[in-house]
Design a protein around this ligand. Structure first.
Ligand code: NAP
Length: 252
């Protein structure tokens, strides 16, 4: 058996759920590539935390909505950390909350550019690098969806819910395409999780506590709890699981 550590690339790894995945992965023996778009300091903090846990880790700037940036990210991560074994397709935004009949075309486009096109660029690049068909070592991809795909997010961001529906379809189809190539593809669908997305992306900081009463477990999820589910799907403990979509939503 190879003594090389597995290497995970996390898009949007500088904050929130992605940052929690990076640190948990480092603690579980992975080397970690942390992608960020604009918050370099936050990305460097995650890298330092991973290194303190014994991992080799590095931060890589790149806008996942830009196809060339995605290719550059994978090239840079492999040059620095070696061949990738895992990808967490996590970067995403909501856009400011409103009804669909009030939202601008720009808000919808920005959301779909990162959440749908960006996720497709990342999944395609992951497929090219990980697949044994293309000389990769096999491994797994975890796409980050949302229970919004099932709930529809009426009065908040229907376009975001639609973008996550695309992630669910991507997960099923790609899992079947890559099943013979040594790559498992799964999704995690978080419910309301305590990150800055609510304030910074939706523009509605009070949302988290307001929606709490709708959650059967009667509390907001923590990013570390979502990270646990992602790390499980990445791990050999999930060796017979592909095409699955695991809700981490407190029963909602
Ligand atoms: P967050 O705290 O707002 O963090 C978002 C991360 O994505 C940051 O690292 C950010 O980097 C990065 N990012 C944003 N746009 C990017 C782009 N174009 N290219 C590269 N990186 C980009 O978000 P989060 O709550 O952790 O959400 C992570 C994922 O979980 C998203 O896909 C989201 O839809 C999903 N999700 C979240 C919740 C929730 O309640 N939090 C629920 C369901 C699903 P910079 O800071 O450098 O811009």
């Amino acid at each position: 058996m190879s003594s090389k550590r597995p290497v995970v690339l996390i898009t949007g790894g500088s904050r929130g759920i992605g940052a929690a995945v990076g640190q948990l992965a480092a603690a579980r023996g992975y080397d970690v590539a942390v992608n960020y778009k604009s918050d370099r300091e936050a990305a460097e903090r995650v890298v330092a935390a991973c290194q303190a846990l014994g991992a080799t880790a590095a931060a890589f700037q790149g806008d996942m909505a830009v196809e060339d940036d995605v290719v550059r990210l994978f090239d840079g991560a492999e040059a620095r950390l070696g061949r990738l074994s895992h990808v967490v397709n996590n970067a995403g935004v909501t856009g400011k909350s409103s009804r669909l009949d009030q939202v601008s075309a720009q808000t919808i486009r920005e959301c779909l550019d990162i959440n749908v096109l960006g996720a497709l660029w990342v999944a395609r690049e992951g497929a090219r690098r990980l697949s044994q068909r293309h000389g990769g070592m096999g491994g797994s991809i975890v796409n980050i969806s949302s229970i919004a795909a099932r709930l529809g997010s009426a009065h908040e961001y229907v376009w975001y819910a639609a973008s996550k529906g695309a992630i669910d379809a991507l997960t099923v189809g790609l899992s079947q395409e890559l099943a013979g190539d040594g790559v498992r593809v799964n999704a995690v669908s978080p419910g309301i999780t305590r990150t800055n997305i609510h304030e910074r992306s939706t523009g509605d900081g009070g949302r988290v506590e307001r929606l709490r009463s709708k959650i059967p477990l009667d509390r907001i999820g923590e990013p570390e709890e979502v990270a646990e589910a992602i790390l499980f799907l990445m791990s050999d403990a999930a060796s017979y699981i592909t095409g699955a979509n695991l809700p981490v939503s407190g029963g909602r």
